[in-house]
Write a protein that binds this ligand. Structure first.
Ligand code: GLU
Length: 306
């Protein structure tokens, strides 16, 4: 398996040349465009990795399924879905649509686009923004089995400085009454969530829990309820890969979430959790070589659920 993974990584690496680093968050330009790595954890507990699997990078949009999980845990499914819809938008992750004719904002947003994730940040329980974020970080540590996960403060500052589009989305949410908290506080939680620093192994562990009905590999403890992992996996399948989710479903066929930091969290239900890192992105914001690598892996191990 190790050799197979190494071969697939090396075959996929050339595709990094066709991608670009995310430039709208200046700190992300410091990443190495050629990097590509994978870590997977099978349901028998065996772990395999190849390429630049040990690089640290920021989670970016891959925090969205974690925010969704915590919003569900704290509020239940009805509360969340009354405020954030579940249909794919077919638009870019940070799209600002003309909402002026829209009666119910929730019908036009979902938990995997920025506006939906920002709305869910305000649903996390906590007396202030610090407690809300700490609870999200604690969940991330638990799901990944890594106590040492923290925030990259340079990326956080970079996001905050350049995050006017997200600020616009947050004000829009406030104007619709979807959020009632202070906009800067909500955005602080969101920007910090995007700046959590992780590795492929952390993503593989999180993917493992999602593939294993909410149970971790080490203790078989139920970290989140099965009904919520099912909910999250379904949303990942339909909305996880930005406006490229349909193509990804055809080519790879498993629930996954990508981020502009180059990470892809992937879940092969009942089979394995997979973490990918490849910061060269395609035009939609997905890791260009990471998708190639997942496509090869899915074909060779028959991972597609279809
Ligand atoms: N922090 C990024 C933003 O909100 C995350 C985007 C992403 O990874 O899709 O713009």
């Amino acid at each position: 398996m190790r050799e197979l993974l190494e071969k697939m990584v090396e075959e996929s690496r050339e595709f990094t040349q066709g991608g670009q680093l995310a430039s709208y968050i200046p700190e992300l330009l410091k990443y190495n465009k050629d990097d590509l790595g994978i870590y997977l954890i099978r349901n028998d507990g065996k772990e395999f990795y190849a390429g630049n699997f040990d690089k640290r990078f920021t989670i970016q949009s891959v925090c969205k399924p974690l925010i969704l999980l915590l919003a569900l845990i704290d509020n239940g499914e009805d509360y969340v879905t009354q405020r954030v819809g579940v249909e794919s938008t077919g638009k870019a992750f940070n799209a600002i649509m003309d909402f002026s004719q829209v009666e119910d904002l929730k019908d036009h947003i979902n938990p995997m686009v920025n506006i939906g994730a920002i709305a869910m940040c305000s649903m996390i329980e906590g007396k202030d923004k610090d407690e809300k974020f700490q609870r999200l970080l604690d969940l991330t540590k638990k799901l990944s089995g890594n106590e040492n996960i923290g925030v990259n403060m340079q990326v956080f500052e970079s996001e905050r400085k350049t995050g006017d589009r997200n600020r616009a989305l947050a004000y829009l949410l406030k104007s619709y009454g979807t959020i009632t908290d202070d906009v800067d506080d909500v955005l602080d939680v969101y920007f910090k969530a995007c700046s959590i620093e992780i590795t492929c192994k952390d993503l593989a562990n999180i993917g493992f829990v999602l593939s294993n009905n909410g149970r971790s590999k080490s203790s078989d403890e139920e970290i989140v309820s099965k009904k919520y992992t099912r909910f999250v996996n379904a949303i990942l399948m339909t909305c996880g890969m930005y406006d490229g989710a349909g193509d990804f479903a055809i080519r790879v066929g498993i629930p996954a979430k990508s981020g502009v930091g180059g990470g892809i969290l992937s879940v092969a239900p009942s089979i394995m959790g997979i973490g990918i890192y490849g910061p060269a992105l395609d035009s939609k914001g997905n890791s260009i070589a990471g998708i190639k690598l997942l496509e090869k892996l899915s074909n060779s191990l028959y991972l597609s659920v279809f």
